[in-house]
Write a protein that binds this ligand. Structure first.
Ligand code: NZQ
Ligand code: ZN
Length: 386
């Protein structure tokens, strides 16, 4: 196992009817900006619950943060934060609203001229404006981590940011919010969380027995609850386990002391930036090709995953590893998620070359757990995913 340090300061408030606890978490003298997305919270009652809980708090609102939070929209919110002397941010939404809020948390205290530099120059945020979240969509783990991904439409970019100053102070996780989530987004959430675990697990053995079993147990739980959540999102047992699995998949715990990959996400983000494909679906497009292309380097963990998660007991290490990739693809298909780029766009020619060029331009010349995935290899993987 590798050496590691672990600190996660986010307070989780989990369970039925916990949104009413909001009031206890926000400082009494705060001037709050409540941030939300396209309006789902106004239809499903979450907005009303939040407003009731904030009855005694000085709060103004900013709605309209789109899926894949857009820089231009966030810059409008940043102006509001400055004009209104906001001191506390509250995200009510999924990964997009929470990530947008993290950008604002960083940008509000940023002293440079151009907040985009936080993303393009990879500036770590040591201290941000304090914020909390009410999670409405289990998927990203953003509610308990310090990362964010921001999109910029005019340059077709999607870049990551983060730093120890960007953990939410608290996150409220009420599994009842799942009841109103459309099937497409439920499938996305399951796929995103599943792939988060794979990115931190599908590398090479390093003797981290507990981390491996944490990871496998999250995968097993997601597989078990997936059909139940899709069939009946009001099934509280399934919803609770789905929600907590998504948070645990990317709150930093399972990646401690182990190598991590994240190349699937790096390539996937480009597919969202270029074609607007839902984040989770880009991962389902890239992951199978990535694992096939890097088969030799990853086959021991692929086989372990096959044995322990999919109960593949027959054959050699290679056989099990290959079967595990096939099982993964079948799982995505069962969720209704397509796994080829051509399923999403007819305009895919040249995509692999474009992504390889972008990575070269950014100096991303060695991704993955061995820092050996060159842009040439990225090009091949993306082509395999057409
Ligand atoms: O905008 P509203 O109206 O709220 O509707 C949203 C949106 O259309 C809807 N929704 C959310 N909760 C709902 C609901 N509809 C009905 N009932 C509810 N309770 O769902 C749609 C998608 O929401 P979004 O927040 O975009 O989804 P998700 O949580 O999957 O977030 C995706 C974003 O997070 C980033 C992705 O790249 C993408 O931009 N990620 C963030 C990560 C992180 N910070 O750690 C890691 C991930 O790998 C990912 O990159
Ligand atoms: Zn993801």
């Amino acid at each position: 196992m590798n050496n590691f340090e672990f600190k996660n300061p986010t307070k989780i408030i989990f369970g039925k009817n916990t949104i009413e606890k909001l009031e206890n978490e926000i400082p009494k003298d705060a001037k709050v900006l409540l941030l939300y997305g396209g309006g789902s919270i106004k239809k499903n009652g979450i907005y009303d619950q939040v407003k009731t809980a904030l009855a005694n708090v000085d709060v103004i609102e900013f709605g309209g943060i789109p899926a894949n939070p857009e820089y231009a929209v966030l810059m409008e919110a940043l102006k509001l934060i400055k004009d209104e002397n906001i001191t506390y941010l509250l995200a009510v939404g999924g990964g997009s609203v929470i990530d947008g809020t993290k950008f604002l948390s960083a940008a509000a205290l940023y002293e440079g001229d151009t907040p985009w530099d936080i993303l393009s120059k990879n500036i770590r945020t040591e201290k941000g404006m304090p914020f909390g979240t009410v999670l409405t969509l289990p998927a990203t783990g953003s509610e308990m981590n310090s990362g964010a991904v921001i999109t910029r439409a005019d340059t077709k970019e999607k870049l990551a940011m983060g730093g120890p100053g960007l953990f939410p102070e608290f996150s409220i996780l009420d599994p009842q919010v799942i009841a109103s989530i459309p099937q497409r987004q439920l499938a996305n959430g399951l796929t995103d969380a599943f792939t988060h675990v794979l990115e931190q697990y599908m590398t090479y053995p390093i003797g981290a027995l507990l981390q491996d079993r944490f990871a496998e147990s999250i995968l097993q739980t997601l597989i078990e609850v997936a059909p139940k959540v899709l069939k009946d999102p009001t099934d509280h047992k399934a919803a609770s386990n789905f929600m907590w699995s998504c948070t645990m998949a990317l709150n930093g715990l399972i990646q401690k002391g182990v190598p991590t990959d994240w190349a699937v996400h790096a390539m996937g983000h480009e597919l969202t930036a270029l074609f607007g494909i839902d984040h989770a679906r880009t991962l389902a497009v890239i992951a199978p090709s990535h694992y096939k292309f890097n088969f030799e380097a990853k086959k021991e963990k692929l086989a372990q995953y096959g044995e322990r998660v999919w109960n593949i007991t027959e054959g050699s290490t290679d056989d099990k590893a290959y079967a595990a990739i096939e099982k993964t693809v079948a799982f995505f298909h069962d969720l209704g998620i397509d796994t080829k780029l051509s399923d999403y766009t007819k305009d895919y020619e040249g995509t692999a070359e474009e992504i390889a060029k972008r990575f070269t331009d950014r100096g991303w010349t060695g991704l993955g757990e061995h820092q050996s995935l060159s842009p040439e290899k990225v090009e091949k993987i993306v082509k395999m995913a057409y």
